[in-house]
Design a protein around this ligand. Structure first.
Ligand code: ADP
Ligand code: MG
Length: 239
């Protein structure tokens, strides 16, 4: 039986989509069967991050509304044996979706996949709360900025109030040079503020940014500190 992991953030741009793509790649490299779902409705990004934008025919709304079968919307990433993506719909596509829609989708996917990662929109939206129904765990991706930390805490409370008990943080875009300038919160200060478990810390690295913009999960490059770090974080998340 598979596990549904929400990838969420309070503030936008903290790196949810890049994280989802690379975490999916790491898990698929380990032989797990992985489905990634882009739930950032109207703001499709995950397909670009994986270089699969030319392959999108059906999207998650088509699946949820019964316009197509799940397998028709699953795009296979051929660089892996078992990594699949379902894209989010184009802007303006309307559908009356409910938490039950998500619960049914998860139930079906859990039969065939070990991990289902949900790339969420930032903030506290209906889509986020709807996507919680039937999800097993959540990862809040945040960054060492005062606004991102505050928003991460607010999101944590909101998820927790609605019954999500297994929540971990990932601290992304950590830039040691900027932190030592004294104008940004340091890692230890950030960790102190965030009450849940920290699954890992990811440095700001131009290579991550460039790879994501070129459709390459950076963890494909073996032996780098980035690949090792993502694997360590995966261990923490699936333990
Ligand atoms: N660790 C990192 N180092 C450098 N750039 C990053 C890192 N993580 C994400 N980015 C960049 O930050 C931007 C926002 O990332 P993205 O994953 O789209 O955020 P979100 O999905 O949370 O809005 C993108 O340009 C991405 O390439
Ligand atoms: Mg995103």
């Amino acid at each position: 039986m598979g596990k549904v992991i929400l990838i969420a953030s309070g503030k936008g741009g903290t790196g949810k989509t890049v994280f989802t793509a690379n975490m999916g790649a790491v898990l698929a490299q380990r032989g797990y069967k992985v489905a990634l779902i882009d739930m950032d409705m109207g703001l499709r990004n995950l397909d670009i991050c994986l270089g699969l934008e030319d392959k999108v025919v059906y999207d998650v709304v088509d699946v949820l509304t019964g316009l197509c079968r799940i397998r028709q919307a699953l795009i296979r990433d051929k660089r892996f044996d078992s990594l699949y993506v379902i894209a989010s719909p184009p802007n303006g596509k309307k559908a009356d979706l409910t938490p039950l829609h998500m619960k049914v989708l998860y139930k079906k996917l859990k039969k065939n996949f070990d991990f289902i990662l949900i790339d969420l929109p930032a903030g506290l939206s209906e889509t986020v709360f709807m996507s919680m129904e039937g999800a097993d765990t959540a990862v809040i991706v945040t960054a060492p900025e005062y606004a991102a930390i505050r928003n991460a805490e607010i999101l944590f409370e909101a998820l927790n109030e609605r019954g999500m008990t297994d929540i971990k943080y990932v601290l992304n875009k950590v830039n040691g040079d900027l932190i030592s300038s004294g104008f940004l919160p340091g890692v230890s200060e950030t960790v102190r503020k965030l009450r849940a478990e920290i699954a890992g810390i990811i440095h700001y690295d131009d290579n991550i940014h460039l790879a994501a913009n070129n459709g390459l999960p950076i963890v494909l490059k073996k032996g780098t500190y980035i690949e090792k770090n993502f694997n360590k974080i995966a261990d923490m998340i699936i333990k």
